[in-house]
Design a protein around this ligand. Structure first.
Ligand SMILES: Cc1cc2nc3c(=O)[nH]c(=O)nc-3n(C[C@H](O)[C@H](O)[C@H](O)COP(=O)(O)O)c2cc1C
Length: 249
């Protein structure tokens, strides 16, 4: 091929109308900054076309050598309700609950600073908003169980990964998940990513019937936020830039 015949990066790009860069920056930043974990949803259904559009654009996430390690199961209606009932029944009975174990550790076995303090703060801030005191173990357990009802969201998603894949693919997976949350946000929808489901992967698999070689990464609630509920007022802090960045000149 002659040098001049080669397609260039410019000719390979689809021409798209883009708004001025400053406007794009403001919108992208706003979508990111207004994504919060939402823990009470309205009963308003989410259009199938919106779910598909969100997943389609989220799948433009990068992944090492483009292997795209994600697999999504979207649960709605009676299937979602059946799953919620099955998990809540087990989770509320200590004897049955003891028979269910996570397939991977999401959190470290040994907590250490500064992570333990941050974890405690978000927990107490949430319980504080809900008026739950430290000795109200039943109240806290009931709030935790709201996870399994997908916080009343009309859509629940389960994400699996082929178990043979390595840590790098889990890194890719996080990018896909964040893309889903941002694409949802851009459409006026909200989400809550949920590791709470991983303990009940066997129950979920009974409902969803994924193949043996897949394992559950996490779940996610998707829907319209019920802004009248106090728990949705939770705003979590972030450490300042100077604490997590060092410019090495
Ligand atoms: C992978 C993942 C799993 C999570 N699992 C849960 C969960 O099971 N239940 C829950 O209420 N929140 C869960 N969260 C939400 C975190 O608590 C939340 O992201 C964090 O406190 C920061 O708050 P923000 O999402 O509102 O910015 C999870 C977040 C991530 C990224």
């Amino acid at each position: 091929m002659e040098q001049s015949d080669r397609p260039t990066a410019a000719t390979n790009q689809t021409a798209i109308e883009t708004p001025p860069l400053a406007a794009v920056e403001a919108i992208v930043d706003q979508v990111m900054a207004t994504r919060h974990s939402i823990r009470a949803f309205l009963p308003k259904p989410v259009a199938r076309a919106d779910i598909e559009a969100i997943l389609r654009v989220a799948a433009t996430a990068p992944s090492g050598t483009n292997i795209q390690p994600w697999q999504v199961y979207v649960l709605t209606g009676t299937t979602k309700e059946r799953l919620s009932r099955a998990i809540i029944e087990v989770a509320s009975d200590p004897a049955q609950d003891a028979l269910h174990e996570r397939e991977y550790s999401y959190y470290p076995d040994q907590w250490l600073p500064p992570f333990i303090e941050r974890r405690r703060k978000v927990g107490w801030d949430l319980y504080g908003l809900l008026g739950l005191t430290r000795d109200d173990k039943a109240g806290m357990a009931a709030q935790h169980a709201r996870n399994y009802a997908f916080f009343d969201a009309p859509v629940g998603m389960m994400f699996t990964i082929r178990r043979e894949l390595s840590r790098g693919s889990w890194l890719d997976y996080g990018m896909f998940l964040q893309n889903i949350m941002l694409a949802a946000r851009a459409r006026g929808l909200d989400t809550c990513p949920q590791a709470a489901f991983i303990q009940y992967h066997r129950i979920i698999r009974e409902v969803v019937a994924w193949p043996d070689d897949e394992m559950l990464v996490c779940g996610m609630s998707l829907g319209y936020a019920d802004l009248s509920q106090v728990e949705n007022g939770l705003r979590t802090e972030r450490a300042p830039l100077e604490q997590f960045t060092r410019f090495v000149d």
